[in-house]
Design a protein. Structure first.
Length: 149
């Protein structure tokens, strides 16, 4: 799977990201080249992470993806979810953030809802959608610093 250099959306259009914060208003906003997204059919967590999350969070989940410089605030290191939660990985909370029903504490996209890339996991088949989200949550749990929490 290739790493996208734009936020992926299933409708097939591209999104280019650029942002400025007041403290760096004098500097030009970073530009991120938009590319056409290619929806995937895999339900594997790692595949979905690489296709839809790595553009911002980086291939290793550390918040250093190619679109990260264009975000308004630093992109969270997803390998530290458990560490930020007193050593516990809460799969329900993570699932809510992925679905967009949970709120992020530092909205990198200018909004609190995630994911910015839209309803990637919404399909006609609720079972497939649920499976894709659960395998993504399991993948995120597997990359936590220090192993599974």
């Amino acid at each position: 799977l290739g790493l996208f250099v734009a936020v992926a959306v299933t409708s097939g259009f591209t999104v280019s990201l650029s942002a400025q914060t007041p403290k760096d208003a004098q500097k030009p906003a970073p530009k991120v080249k938009g590319v056409r997204s290619v929806p995937i059919t895999s339900v594997e967590g790692r595949d979905n992470f690489e296709a839809y999350c790595a553009v911002c969070h980086g291939r290793e989940g550390k918040g250093n993806g190619p679109a990260a410089p264009a975000m308004k605030v630093p992109v969270p290191d997803l390998t530290m979810i458990a560490a930020r939660n007193n050593g516990k990985f809460d799969p329900v909370q993570v699932e809510q953030v992925i679905k967009g029903t949970g709120k992020t504490s530092t909205p990198a996209h200018g909004v609190e809802d995630m994911p910015i890339w839209g309803n990637v996991f919404a399909t006609e088949d609720l079972g497939v959608s649920t499976l894709r989200i659960r395998t993504l949550v399991n993948y995120l749990e597997s990359i936590q610093a220090g192993g599974k929490k």
